[in-house]
Design a binder for this molecule. Structure first.
Ligand code: HEM
Length: 551
């Protein structure tokens, strides 16, 4: 057999590496030319690619996992503008712009023809759906099916289910004066999952089996190795793994195996939900008020898919039905659960703010009764606390793509420590955005932008108590035609839960699991307590709290 001498092999390898490096370099130079050298972050790998994840700790190769969260507004201060560019060259050349300027963001979300949502593989694992639809027509078709379910009647159902579950939690806590909780997300995740299951899918789950015990203790039906709750929580945590690890490799580690099993299990649970609702046929349901109950989210999705079966236009395929059930279960609980957990963590760090909240609730409900649905719009401080928690701990970037060469008018950034004095930082720049560039609405940057939020690091629910706060600078729920469909759903859930809990319990730091430093400022306590990690949303790493019964 013919063998190349070792020296030739070495030379060949060297040449290949050189050629590869040259290709990357040319790609890089092309990208720089494309954006006229606008400053920003340059890395080799796309941070969402497998090599990007593996090299995230090596500067220059990829962006570190929590980098954007740690930087918040700082990167804008470095470029001098409320925008910076990003270039990655592997697996393909990708140019992006991150934007923290409220008026530019408003322009982007309003101009959906120029800046549509890009295709989104992450949330399409069970099938295409309303969140992943990149084409505006597709999105319209999905929305036409789902949006009518988010009605006043459904809002009332959200309030009722949240109240029911919180009362079950109170009953479970019983007469205990002090209830220590290891990690508040162990309560808020099942709570939010219960609410979306009941209010969105007509699948109420009793609370007691799950509370405080961890997902693995939820009821496991015959034929399933995993409970519904554990399946969905494992899927939420393992979604990036599922996307990045090839299917053949999913059996290689215990954790990956569990993620693979959870994906199968959740698929089975969703199929069973579909089957059992189809078996129920057209029987008309009524809710507790005797009102007709035919338009919940699940019924809408199902009848659209049944219509597709008899080939009606504009309906949903079976895969799209699964995709939408999944995305509503996921979007409908993870975000709310984490935001609610962080809101309670903030109230524990800032007792004065908690007292203001309690006083406000007392002024709305002076007789101490629990809130009725009609009280929800009056509980403005509960909503303000929730908004402020999501301003400080928002969803990460919201992605759009430019589908033609275009420009954005951008404000100068506010330097560290500067006060905004009229006229001082009012320079603007027109930035060229080439066709194909990703445009990231950087919610961290926007929510910590001192142009839009006075003392942005400060936890100050008061800013949402006046009527004139800047709506364009608040992107918790995105905006424009692709804004969050479940905004009212989550607001009602959060206001109901925060109000009920604050009425009955004082939320405190859990001194057994968190070192309390007497005399420490709330801000310093917050820095130590509220550590987050980034998955689909920001999630508290471990948030131990204590609930002390009020007299
Ligand atoms: C605190 C709670 C929530 C937050 C912070 C939140 C945030 C968001 C954001 C930022 C988007 C835009 C995503 C993008 O364009 O990439 C979005 C979209 C969406 N959200 Fe929410 N969400 C929350 C709760 C909910 C709930 C409870 C539901 C459903 C029950 C829901 C359903 C949706 C849907 C269907 C979309 C897609 C809309 C579209 O693309 O046209 N969300 N949400």
């Amino acid at each position: 057999m013919f063998h190349l001498p070792d020296s030739c092999l070495v030379a060949l390898c060297g040449l290949s590496i050189l050629a590869f490096t040259l290709v990357l370099y040319i790609r890089y130079q092309n990208a720089i030319a494309l954006i006229n050298g606008f400053p920003g972050i340059r890395t080799v790998f796309d941070p969402f690619s497998a090599p990007g994840v593996l090299t995230s700790r090596i500067p220059g190769l990829s962006i570190p996992h929590m980098y954007k969260w740690e930087q918040k507004y700082k990167l804008y201060q470095e470029t001098g503008w409320d925008i910076y560019s990003g270039i990655t060259i592997w697996p393909k050349l990708s140019v992006s712009f991150s934007v923290a300027d409220a008026s530019a963001i408003k322009e982007i979300v309003q101009n959906k023809a120029t800046f549509p949502k890009p295709a989104f593989a992450l949330l399409a694992l069970y099938g295409p759906n309303v969140v992943t639809a990149s084409n505006n027509e597709e999105a319209k078709r999905h929305k036409k099916v789902a949006a009518p379910a988010f009605s006043e009647r459904n809002n009332k159902l959200v309030w009722r289910e949240t109240s029911r579950i919180i009362e079950e939690i109170f009953a479970h806590w019983g007469s205990k004066d002090i209830v220590p909780v290891d990690h508040i997300v162990d309560i808020t995740l099942p709570l939010a999952l219960h609410v979306i299951s009941a209010a969105g899918f007509g699948r109420p789950i009793p609370w007691r089996g799950d509370v405080g015990l961890g997902a693995q203790d939820g009821a496991i039906p015959v034929g399933h190795p995993m409970s519904y709750q554990e399946a969905i929580e494992t899927v939420c945590k393992g979604i990036f793994t599922k996307l990045l690890v090839p299917s053949w490799a999913m059996g290689l580690t215990k954790r990956w195996k569990k993620v693979a099993m959870a994906f199968d299990e959740l698929g089975k649970y969703m199929s069973e939900m579909i089957e059992s609702r189809r078996d129920e046929g057209d029987r008309i349901k009524t809710d507790e008020d005797g009102e007709l109950y035919k338009s919940d989210l699940f019924s809408n999705l199902l009848s659209a898919s049944d219509a597709e079966l008899v080939s009606e236009k504009g309906a949903l395929s079976e895969r799209e039905l699964m995709g939408n059930i999944f995305v509503f279960l996921l979007a409908g609980h993870e975000t709310t659960a984490h935001s609610l957990a962080l809101a309670m963590g903030l109230l524990a760090c800032y007792p004065e703010e908690q007292q203001k909240l309690r006083d406000h609730i007392k002024s709305v409900l002076p007789d101490g009764r629990l809130p009725e649905y009609e009280d929800i719009p009056l509980l403005t401080r509960s909503l303000a606390v929730f908004y402020e928690a999501t301003r400080l701990f928002p969803v990460p970037s919201i992605a759009k793509t430019a589908v033609c060469d275009t420009t954005l008018t951008i404000n100068a950034s506010i330097p560290p420590g500067a006060d905004i004095v009229d006229g001082k930082f009012d320079q603007q720049k027109v930035v060229f955005v080439p066709n194909g560039a990703f445009v990231m609405l950087d919610v961290f940057g926007l929510h910590y932008n001192p142009r839009h939020w006075k003392d942005p690091n400060h936890f100050n629910p008061e800013r949402f108590m006046s009527a004139d706060w800047n709506r364009d600078a608040f992107m918790t729920f995105s905006a424009g035609s692709r804004a969050c469909l479940g905004r009212r759903f989550s607001e009602i859930e959060a206001v109901t839960a925060l109000t009920m809990i604050t009425m009955r319990y004082k939320i405190e730091l859990n001194g057994d699991l968190f070192h309390i430093i007497h005399g420490e400022t709330p801000r310093a306590t917050r820095e130590r307590l509220l550590k987050v990690t980034q998955g689909i949303t920001l999630a508290p790493v471990r948030l131990p709290l204590l609930f002390r019964k009020r007299d």
